[in-house]
Design a protein around this ligand. Sequence first.
Ligand code: OXD
Ligand code: MN
Length: 592
Amino acid sequence: MRPGSVMNRNLQEWIQEVQQHCQPKEIHYVEGTEEENRLIVEALIKQKTLTRLNPALRPASFLARSTPDDVARVEDRTFICSETQEQAGPTNHWRDPREMKETLLGLFRGCMRNRTMYVVPYCMGPIDSPYAKVAIQLTDSPYVVANMRLMTRMGKAALDLLGDQPFVKCLHSVGVPLADGEEDVSWPCNTKNLYISHFPETKEVWSFGSGYGGNALLNKKSFALRIASKMGLEEGWLAEHMLIVGITSPEGIKRYFAASFPSACGKTNLAMLTPTLPGWKVECVGDDIAWMHWGQDGRLYAINPEAGFFGVAPGTSMKTNPNAMLSIQKNTIFTNVALTPDGDVWWEGMTDTPPERLISWTNEEWTPHSTFKAAHPNARFTVGSLQCPIIDPDWQKPTGVPISGIIFGGRRSTTVPLVRQALSWGHGVFLAASMTSEMTAAAKGEVGKVRHDPFAMLPFCGYHMGDYFAHWLSMEQTGRKMPEIFYVNWFLKDEQGKYLWPGFGDNIRVLEWCFSRIEKRGDADLSPIGYLPTLDAINCQGLMVDMKALLKVDKALWKKEADELFHYFQTFRHKLPESLKNETEKLRNVTR
Ligand code: OXD
Ligand code: MN
């Protein structure tokens, strides 16, 4: 792709503006070819950003190690710069867009000196989908380009699709200009000056200082969730932090579910589940993001805007997620995992017994006696969706797949039962809005602390969360077939701290109950928090589980929960929809 073939006038002007301001040494127009990728990867190896893994064990795969200060999304440096603070709402960090741009212009001035600026056209959603959207990322990180090639439809096809249309502008720099002749480091970043700034009105993202994950791969959280959620509000659709999975019963009935969990709560595992119940089949459409539109038949249809997985490596094994392990056998970029002496990768939880010797993600000698982790808890793998052995045949269907059920869930060791079904769409929205979860390593913060994470969108909603709740409530309209809503918790523990539910492949037992409820079968009791399965409604054959404990609704704990929720919801003030207020009151009354 020559500069001359960049037809979009806005794009040409923008590139020129950024070039003048950031002063890169050269511009590379990314085409997305194999040869181009080969050259980028070779340069990254030379720079020691990537290490080639043993081709006999892990063909065409690489390991990247970041610096210890650039390992996760940084939510307190993530900003929604809407025109007013009210539009960003109480859950987002707001900055005035003009002030933020002034600050950023200062930081971006000359920030790409002696670096290449890559122009990365990419499409979110199948190229031939009416719901696909094109964005352009300008970045000075070749590591970002190599990852985006796996995670998006990147290059010429996206640019051709764009034509002269408006597009989402994503500007990214690691924030480390080089003096003439200065040697680069293997992981340039400038985390002292970190900004991941979103401008929802003008559909722009400006990210400065980090080279890691969601801070730098602006296709994912920044565009496909924060900016897209605002587009969904404006255009009447939903951009959600949800996996999409197709489930076929032994009778051959196939239904699609979307499911929303906070980061690192097992979305990838659920999306690729290997059922332990005979006759059931699971196929994966996506593991992290769903864009959902209403079809003419009144059903909700979901596309996966991504083309690859950016999964958490630690804890992934042939036992917990064999399909993920099979997906990453080749053509994979690993970041912050450990290196084995024979040039392969390892992470905590991959095997029961760790190897005798490793090089840790911090590039240090590691043995099982070491007091530090071999892989970072937020270490990742990046791989194209097509490598997943159970990728759904319709995963790229332009109009998406029809959603019969939506599952919400969080990580809670107490209080929240294994599964329940919402009484109605409005009640389901209430359950999702009241989602709480113990924090994980996916974001910088206090791991284990319970926090509210409505719809698992707390870090990803590009506008006022109260308006977001109202948008969800407004989805229910005459003539539409609303999906059933469920709320699950795989993470309950007993007093000794042992998990009460085996999880992983056995989650199919819970999905079977959800499936039967959609078909108006399946036994349930009405409880103060929704429909609960009766004690024998979930197939537990071959398991030793305490279903009573798993389905327990402890009134005293729920009273605390309801009171706390009441106070949390007050932070949304007049933007809290009346129906959520009423549901909270009802919950407080029944648990009194
Ligand atoms: C992710 C996240 O990377 O949610 O998917 O943090
Ligand atoms: Mn996610």
